[in-house]
Design a protein around this ligand. Structure first.
Ligand SMILES: Cc1ncc(COP(=O)(O)O)c(C=O)c1O
Length: 385
């Protein structure tokens, strides 16, 4: 009764970890949970206000499959003012979280049997989303010397006629790396020369520390033409449970995304779209405060971790994760299990992101919890190295 497609899909390793952590918590264990990929902040108060008004006005019927027109209009303004990207509202499709836009993008542009390039470490669901769409993920391993960012050279050596697209996040989950303009230009040039679509996942775009990330689509009109920008409200507006994201792409691709989505889910919850509208129109001060708090935590984590010689790490420039390794401990799953069982500390093993030897620690948690987590790591090192 089970399809081959379904049998080949691996359940999300990060979701499996949170389930295990929740079970331990339910059984009374005091778990230091730094595995989570969601901001520990309330949604912007303006988002709540917009939801209340929308409910009072009974905005609960079917609406435009492409998404609420007012929201697409605000997203279009945001893309222009913040990212220097000129997209009409017909080129923007609002979807359920940022996951659905990624799936929609692949379905609209790749055929069964095509290949999609995914640099590792990658966000956990990329591989499985490609597989569900019948597209073969081609994983390119990146190098720590390059902060785990793919280079134009890496990409060139994997080009073949079956490769249709490349999919990556910038800022990157799990490493927190951000691509420079020059790096993006070089990658984009290879894509342009070889007619490869770029699916640019920019969901952590608002969470950066010093250098603001740029969208690869803003490099030139020609690059914009071969790019689908994916973004959403889960991380930047602390709205993970409300499930709103979007794509911006040229019109022919946007139309296909809309027709696919129209048959599968229609638009995302209208009430959630009103929350996103509120966040975008009047909630950005709350977002800035949240990012300021992430900055304080990040600096604390970096100061602490830099004083431990057995640890090496990638300096996170965006997002809210630290990607690090402990000398002499290469098996990330075993290490995570040990940290959870003996130190009550939940982290994510890098094997979930397609590379071995590292751990991902989220600092989307209260500073006191982060301090406990860091002390647990220190104790582990003292007792095991
Ligand atoms: C890089 C990246 N892309 C997409 C998503 C999915 O976002 P959403 O929860 O809005 O579907 C996540 C969530 O963790 C992510 O880290």
């Amino acid at each position: 009764m089970i399809s081959r497609r379904a049998s080949e899909i691996c359940p999300s390793k990060t979701i499996a970890i949170s389930q295990k952590v929740n079970e331990l918590k339910k059984n009374g264990f005091d778990i230091i949970d730094l595995s989570i990929g969601e901001p520990d902040f309330a949604i912007p108060s303006a988002a709540k206000k917009y939801v209340e008004v929308a409910l009072r006005e009974n905005k609960t019927k079917y609406d435009n499959v492409k998404g609420l027109e007012k929201l697409r209009d605000e997203v279009s303004k945001k893309l222009l003012n913040e990212n220097f990207l000129n997209y009409s509202i017909d080129e923007i499709i609002i979807s359920t979280g940022a996951k659905q836009p990624i799936y929609n993008s692949i379905l609209a542009t790749c055929d069964v049997g095509d290949e999609i390039i995914i640099p590792s470490p990658y966000w956990v669901s990329y591989i499985e989303i490609a597989k569900i769409a019948g597209v073969t993920p081609i994983i390119i391993e990146t190098k720590v010397e390059n902060e785990f960012k793919i280079t134009a050279n890496d990409l060139s050596s994997y080009i073949n006629p079956k490769v249709k697209a490349i999919l990556f996040s910038n800022p990157c989950n799990p490493t927190g790396s951000i691509y420079s303009k020059e790096e993006l230009e070089e990658i984009a040039e290879v894509c342009l020369q070889n007619n490869i679509l770029i699916i640019s996942d920019e969901i952590y775009e608002r969470i950066y520390y010093d250098i603001r990330p740029i969208s690869i689509a803003s490099i030139s009109e020609a690059i914009k033409n071969i790019t689908i920008v994916v973004n959403g409200f889960s991380k930047s507006c602390a709205m993970t449970g409300l499930r709103v994201g979007y794509t911006a792409s040229r019109k022919d691709i946007a139309d296909k995304i809309a027709s696919i989505q129209g048959h599968i889910t229609s638009h995302p919850s209208l009430i959630s779209q009103y929350a996103a509208l509120g966040a975008l129109c009047e909630g950005l001060d709350d977002v800035e405060k949240m990012v300021e708090e992430f900055k304080v935590r990040r600096n604390y984590v970096l100061d602490f971790i830099s004083s431990i010689p057995e640890i090496s790490f990638i300096e996170p420039l965006g997002g809210f994760y630290l990607f690090f390794k402990i000398e002499n401990h290469f098996d990330s799953m075993k290490l995570c299990e040990e940290l959870l069982e003996k130190y009550n500390l939940a982290l994510v093993p890098s094997i979930a992101f397609g590379v071995e030897g590292y751990l991902r620690m989220s600092y989307a948690a209260d500073l006191e919890v982060i301090k406990k987590g860091l002390n647990a790591i220190k104790s582990f090192i003292i007792e095991n190295n």
